[in-house]
Design a protein around this ligand. Structure first.
Ligand code: FCB
Length: 457
């Protein structure tokens, strides 16, 4: 059998991505912790608890795993509520803890990427305009509902960047502002559990303003920094392409989910299905775009679904589904995602900041990984400026409203004992990282079922 390999450019970043609340444990001072205490919010009543116990020090063993597995980068987030436990108080020990973690990455030959906001808000941020704070018994507040959040986020950013600038220069301001806003303020399954599309749009606009303020603050402190945000991007197809109402719904959903933030950052005007919002300060505030890509959606017109603007999103019949049906293995969407970003943002460097699938017994992950890396390679071969790939995630972690029911890790975790177990995908990914590419032997060894697809005769 002929041997072949898809190689990547020298210096390509290979890593995994994590988020503070999902791995640290004991993050009791934020809105998610409060939300988890309420009945019915999280699948099976799960709680983040100790998570992966990174705050207790287990980041060391997990970083060892990542480094030994050839990863040369890691994306993590800092927890606002630890660093600024009250509006007028900074916790220098928490900053020192993060400094140690980032030094730990450097010592292991890994480039850190730091996210400043990954879904969680300090309890005190409840309503900064009135200073009323978030109600700790319900987790409901709404800190990003008003523009008053912007100077708070900027101040926090300055503090973090001043403290960590010797150890990091690749910054991600906000993770998935679209998902934060739509889940918390339209679908209602993130705190504060509201269902008001107008409010969701307002929240996203304030996040764009917060991002812009952070972008400028970071560059003022660290001119060489590279600053961007991570967009959750979902390619979408009309269920029946010949049916105009399906096409219409596909466009409404596509624009509602994908386009608000990117338009705000590119043009200074946020375009939404309910109209435009001016965010002039956000125009041009990015040095790269982070793309979180998981699956392609199919969209159909559905009269019975007024709550979602008469559309329904699903995975097409016969899809290669994850354990709970949360993800579908649709690798061509990775290429489409990058292609969209190249067209929309002409020449802007791109980083795949998340990509992965939940699968406890690892039967899908090897092929998902190989097929997605292959699509990234195709994009790189068009000379499109993709600079790195971060798999979600290193170790199983607390998956928000889905709790521990979804297993995204290259390593499995038993949260009750903190025991880790390597999944075969961890070995496949290690081979990819060490080779800086994907070879026919790797595919033959870990996922022969897609060999023909990746290496046709
Ligand atoms: C993304 C989130 C990340 C993780 C993955 C599975 O939407 O950014 O925290 O939960 O999904």
């Amino acid at each position: 059998m002929p041997k072949a390999a898809f190689h990547f450019p020298k210096g390509f970043l290979w890593g995994t991505a994590t988020a503070a609340h999902q791995v640290e444990g004991d993050n009791a001072n934020n809105n998610w912790w409060a939300w988890e205490q309420q009945e019915g919010r999280i699948v099976n009543g799960d709680k983040s608890g100790l998570a992966c116990d990174w705050w207790g020090g287990r980041w060391k063993e997990d970083f060892d795993r990542a480094a030994e597995a050839g990863q040369n980068a890691h994306r993590l987030s800092v927890e606002w509520s630890r660093i600024q436990p009250a509006p007028d108080r900074w916790d220098e020990d928490a900053l020192e803890h993060y400094r140690q973690m980032l030094r730990g990455l450097h010592e292991r030959g890994m480039t850190p990427m730091v996210t400043l906001h990954h879904f969680t808000d300090p309890l005190w941020l409840g309503d900064p305009s009135t200073g009323s704070g978030c109600d700790p018994s319900t987790g409901s507040g709404g800190g990003w509902e008003t523009e008053a959040v912007v100077p708070h986020f900027e101040k926090f950013t300055r503090k973090v960047v001043e403290a960590l600038k010797e150890t990091c220069s690749l910054w991600c301001t906000v993770n998935e502002p679209n998902i934060y806003a739509l889940s918390g303020y339209a679908a209602g399954d993130f705190p504060p559990g509201k269902k008001d599309l107008r409010l969701a749009i307002r929240v996203q606009a304030n996040m764009a303003r917060g991002h812009a303020a952070a972008y400028r603050a970071i560059h003022a402190i660290q001119p060489e920094a590279r600053v961007g945000y991570a967009l959750h991007y979902r390619p979408m197809l009309a269920a029946r392409p010949g049916f105009p109402l399906d096409r219409l719904e596909r466009n409404i959903h596509f624009n509602a989910i994908n386009m608000a933030f990117p338009t705000a950052i590119r043009t200074g005007v946020m375009r939404t299905p309910l109209g435009k919002v001016r965010t002039p300060e956000a125009k041009g505030t990015q040095d790269y775009l982070g793309l979180n890509y998981y699956s392609v959606d199919t969209v159909a017109f559905d009269l019975r679904n007024p709550g979602e603007l008469f559309g329904r999103r699903f995975y097409s019949q016969g899809s290669d589904l994850s354990d709970t049906g949360f993800n579908a293995n649709t690798p061509e969407g990775m290429f489409a995602t990058i292609q969209w970003a190249v067209k929309f943002y002409h020449g802007l460097p791109l980083i795949i900041t998340e990509n992965g699938i939940e699968c406890a017994d690892d039967h899908i992950r090897p092929r998902y990984l190989a097929q997605h890396v292959h699509q990234v390679w195709r994009a790189v071969n068009f000379n499109w400026p993709v600079k790195g790939y971060f798999h979600w995630s290193l170790v199983d972690n607390f998956e928000w409203e889905r709790g521990w029911s979804q297993r995204f890790g290259l390593w499995a975790l038993d949260p009750s004992t903190q025991a880790r177990r390597k999944r075969p995908s961890a070995d496949l990914y290690a081979e990819i990282c060490k080779e800086n590419g994907l070879s026919s032997e790797m595919v033959q060894k870990y996922c022969p079922e897609v060999f023909e697809k990746l290496f046709p005769e």
